[in-house]
Design a protein around this ligand. Structure first.
Ligand code: NAD
Length: 576
């Protein structure tokens, strides 16, 4: 809903739809009702539109896309049109985030004020859509065409100060927003409104439009994964702002393109992924124990065992989020090699300007390389990332159990091994959990947390919480061979190898996968992760070597190609 009040001849319409003031049907109706009252009250000279609680309306109510409520009147386009043509000045007072539909509302008002900490943007492209409630037609009328294309096609969030520099926001304030917005609204009451209506402004930079669009198309095509429709369609919609004879005609074109995207499988898939990523934090066990009741333990210090591909990536992810890490290896040579790799990752961050020298130093100071487990006695969490071998992992967990504080959580980064079996060698199976990162662990966002039969709710909650803290999408999964990710990867990898046997080159298989939408092909991925990982897993399963026909295992077709490469010492990029 939206509340309505009048202060000193300024009407205040405040959206109140926690947690993010999404522009649901009842909110849109509330804004329209408020506008009607403000129009009819002759004492009102100006209107302020804001959000109560933590943010300005942060966007559309995405659940309404599927239910059809998004198009029920008053839809967002009608609200925008009403604001734009309103006979009294309307001021948007922005705090928090004004994204998507939230920014479209702002661009339909006559003045936009924002707190310094506020952010604006059009994230629709990430949902396979475009800003379809007038956003593609309004943004290039307040900022240069090239900026509008950049913001809409990238979906990035723009800070208030940058938005001010780009012309999207008229004034930026510090301190308390509302009194300033009310004062501002009084100061502009009575000023002519025609030059403030965005719909009547010319597109900025239209003289260079064809060169700008050509460059944007080239850039977008070269970056688009799997022929993504949304980025290129966003450009077409912005193009309508230049090419159509009127604002209304531009809106019609925007609506057609929005409908095209909305009905595409890509948009449905991207929205499915969006909701899936958000729902995984709301975990629940079959017993009913859930995220609502289980409390995580604080994790400030961790130990990582194994400074190989995964141990280094995991250490990098942990220190990047301020967690102090003790890193160990089987000997000094391997430990030094691991620390060198990690230092290399940090310096490449500096070279790419993602980190400053000071930040890089800060990260290295959080890492302590050690050659024994003494310092592990008081860490909050240990993550083991040694070779994929049950006996080795059991040996390490026995040792950890005898050294670590009883409250320390012991996690394994195993790709496939049974967490219960690993936990069985400790006196604290309730504190044992799988934390399965994906390679490269400091980059890949997925983290599978695996609970065993005895893993406690507190341990699960902690693993999930650590995942969130280090900016991963933590998914809680059950304990079975390969968990979820690798169970999906298994048949995929198998079929890819069959294609090689049937005459394809690895690069051809990868190319097809990339055209389909994967960022990397399967062979590039295994080359990066190390071919030995899959080999060790197949060995544990008894698939490598053995008697019988080479291309049959357990009465199923089998390709020994990957095994042969490993046996020839060819492990992929690890060999460099
Ligand atoms: P890796 O061979 O690159 O690294 C393993 C490291 O463990 C080596 O540096 C080795 O010297 C060290 N190590 C062995 N025994 C040790 C001991 N007793 N004490 C200390 N260090 C010891 O292997 P990786 O790819 O990093 O895989 C490690 C674990 O992560 C495995 O369980 C693997 O299944 C799992 N995993 C790997 C990937 C991947 O894509 N590489 C992805 C997810 C999970």
């Amino acid at each position: 809903m939206a509340s309505y009040s009048v202060n000193n001849r300024v009407a205040l319409i405040s959206v109140d739809n926690p947690p993010v003031n999404a522009l649901s049907h009842h909110v849109r109706q509330g804004i329209m009702d408020g506008l009607k009252k403000a129009r009819e009250d002759s004492s009102v000279q100006a209107v302020v539109l804001c959000g109560s609680g933590r943010t300005f309306p942060a966007g559309a109510d995405i659940t309404e896309f599927a239910s059809g409520l998004a198009s029920k009147e008053p839809d967002l386009r009608l609200v925008c049109k009403t604001l734009d043509s309103f006979p009294k000045p309307v001021v948007a007072a922005i705090h928090g985030t004004a994204l998507g539909g939230g920014l479209e509302l702002c661009l339909s008002t006559h003045y936009r004020l924002a707190l310094k900490s506020a952010r604006v943007g059009f994230p629709e492209v990430h949902l396979g859509l475009l800003p379809g409630a007038t956003g593609t037609q309004r943004l290039p009328r307040v900022t240069h065409l090239a900026n509008a294309i950049d913001i809409i096609v990238s979906g990035r969030q723009v800070g208030a100060t940058e938005a001010y520099d780009l012309g999207i926001i008229d004034e930026v304030f510090g301190g308390d927003m509302l009194p300033k917005a009310l004062e501002f609204a009084q100061s502009i009451a009575g000023r002519p409104l025609a030059p403030r209506r965005v719909s009547s402004l010319p597109v900025k930079g239209r003289e260079q439009a064809s060169a700008i669009f050509e460059e944007a198309r080239q850039k977008t095509m070269s970056r688009s994964v799997g022929g993504a429709l949304a980025p290129i369609t966003c450009i077409q919609a912005i193009q309508a702002a230049v090419e159509q004879p009127t604002f209304e005609k531009g809106l019609q074109r925007e609506a057609e393109l929005m409908q095209f995207l909305g009905e595409s499988g890509q948009a449905r898939a991207q929205q499915y992924a969006f909701f899936a990523e958000r729902s995984v934090s709301k975990w629940q066990l079959p017993s009913g124990v859930s995220y609502k009741t289980a409390k995580p333990m604080p994790v400030k210090t961790a130990a990582v065992i194994g400074a190989g591909t995964m141990g280094i990536g995991i250490s990098m992810a942990l220190i990047s989020s301020g967690i102090q890490v003790f890193l160990t290896e089987q000997n000094k040579e391997y430990l030094d090699r691991g620390v060198k790799t990690l230092r290399g990752l940090i310096s490449s961050g500096v070279k790419r300007k993602r980190l400053t020298e000071v930040q890089a130093k800060g990260l290295m100071s959080l890492l302590t390389p050690v050659l024994d487990y003494k310092s592990f006695s008081h860490v909050d969490l240990v993550i083991e990332a040694v070779f994929e071998n049950m006996e080795l992992k059991k040996k390490i967990f026995r040792k950890l159990d005898s050294i670590c504080n009883p409250s320390t959580i012991l996690a394994s980064n195993t790709s496939t091994l049974n967490i219960d079996e690993i936990a069985s060698v400790t006196a604290r199976p309730d504190k044992v959990v799988g934390m399965h990162f994906f390679s490269p662990a400091h980059v890949m966002r997925l983290l599978e947390n695996i609970y065993g039969k005895k893993t406690s709710p507190e341990t699960i909650a902690t693993a999930m919480h650590v995942g969130q803290k280090i900016k991963k999408i933590s998914v809680l999964v059950g304990n079975c061979h390969g968990f979820v990710g690798n169970r999906l990867m298994g048949p995929y990898q198998k079929e890819a190898c069959f294609l090689l046997e049937e005459g394809c080159f690895p690069q051809e298989v990868d190319q097809v996968l990339k055209v389909f939408g994967f960022r990397m092909g399967i062979f590039e991925t295994t080359d990066l992760a190390g071919l030995d990982i899959g080999y060790k897993i197949r060995k544990e399963l008894g698939l490598v070597g053995g008697d019988g026909p080479e291309r049959m295992r357990m009465r199923e077709r089998y390709s020994p190609l990957a095994d042969r490469l490993v046996e020839a010492g060819r492990l992929g990029q690890k060999n460099r």
